[in-house]
Design a binder for this molecule. Structure first.
Ligand SMILES: Cc1cc2nc3c(=O)[nH]c(=O)nc-3n(C[C@H](O)[C@H](O)[C@H](O)COP(=O)(O)O)c2cc1C
Length: 296
């Protein structure tokens, strides 16, 4: 298990505290994370040192997430102990400001600052988990967080990873049908069925064309069950088999866009018979249909 921990990528918290025995202090803690929205809870994982002892005494601490030009500050906060020197008193190093709710110095130039009051302290393996409720928090959009991984500090790339969705132009009638299916949701999530018989494929009437039999699925519902129910409702007795793939698209019509995710099942049919569906040996022209049948 040696070195496994180095392969996580984290931000680094500069944890500030102030107690009667060890005075003001700052330490580096990469194990600093947001663990609940409401209440807003932040967990830090510490070994026994002046930071922990100050928190044990005062039940408050400051979380200051280091920004990408604060690697040197992290080295100092992580490289010396409050038993050795007053790190915050080093000249021209840490710039602090007065907290609003707690008697602890907070740090300037960070990507996020949160003033926390302890709600839970619990031993976790060889460290101690301290969970704090954020009494106030602020962030700086301009200051991106420093990243720590494999023993090195890194900067986040400025370029975002593209969504990977394929853009597909569809007709106005199809857009209106897909939007109806989406029920106003930001992303249409649907299950679609590939049902083959000899060299024919079953397609369902959809707007001004034909498409794989499909149905929108609500959050938390089981895709297979919803799809089988839908196929039943259009007169098909079908069992959904393995997942054939996922197709993530941005459907476009004029200026209108709809993001759509289709989970496509290979299905077996038992009894045919639907007015709305028909068998096709050659695929009709339909961009979304063809995209759904592409190999994932
Ligand atoms: C990048 C970095 C991340 C660290 N993360 C943690 C951590 O999450 N938990 C921890 O207990 N120590 C961590 N440390 C070590 C402490 O920061 C270090 O032991 C520090 O001297 C403790 O300060 P104190 O003795 O003044 O409380 C980290 C050190 C560095 C350099």
């Amino acid at each position: 298990m040696d070195n496994v921990h180095r392969h996580f990528a984290t931000t680094v918290g500069l944890i500030t505290t102030k107690g009667t025995k060890y005075g003001q202090n700052v330490m580096a803690a990469e194990w600093t994370m947001h663990v609940s929205y409401d209440p807003m809870l932040i967990a830090i994982f510490l070994h026994e040192s002046p930071t922990y002892w100050n928190i044990e005494e005062t039940r408050v601490f400051g979380v200051n997430i280091a920004s990408e030009d604060q690697a040197e500050l992290v080295n100092i906060a992580g490289g010396y102990s409050g038993t050795e020197i007053d790190k915050l008193a080093l000249p021209n190093t840490f710039e602090s400001y007065r907290a609003q709710h707690i008697d602890v110095p907070m740090l300037q130039g960070c990507s996020l600052n949160a003033e926390c009051r302890v709600t839970v302290i619990r031993k976790m393996g060889d460290h101690i988990m301290v969970v704090g409720k954020a009494l106030s928090a602020k962030f700086d959009e301009e200051n991106l967080p420093l990243i720590y991984t494999r023993g090195n500090y890194r900067k986040l790339s400025r370029s975002k990873i593209p969504s990977g969705r394929k853009a597909k132009r569809i007709t106005p009638a199809q857009m209106s049908q897909f939007r109806k299916m989406s029920g106003g949701q930001f992303v249409l999530k649907a299950a679609a069925a590939v049902i083959r018989q000899r060299n024919e494929i079953l397609l369902e009437k959809f707007a001004d064309g034909w498409i794989l039999p499909m149905v929108a699925v609500r959050k938390g519902d089981n895709y297979k069950e919803v799809l089988e129910k839908h196929l039943n409702s259009i007169g098909m007795s079908v069992s959904a088999g393995i997942i054939r793939g996922i197709a993530r698209m941005t459907l476009r019509e004029g200026k209108t866009e709809l993001r759509a995710n289709f989970i496509i099942f290979d299905c077996k049919h038992h009894l045919p018979g639907s007015n709305n569906a028909a068998w096709f040996s050659r695929l009709p022209k339909n961009i979304v249909l063809r995209a759904l049948l592409e190999d994932p």
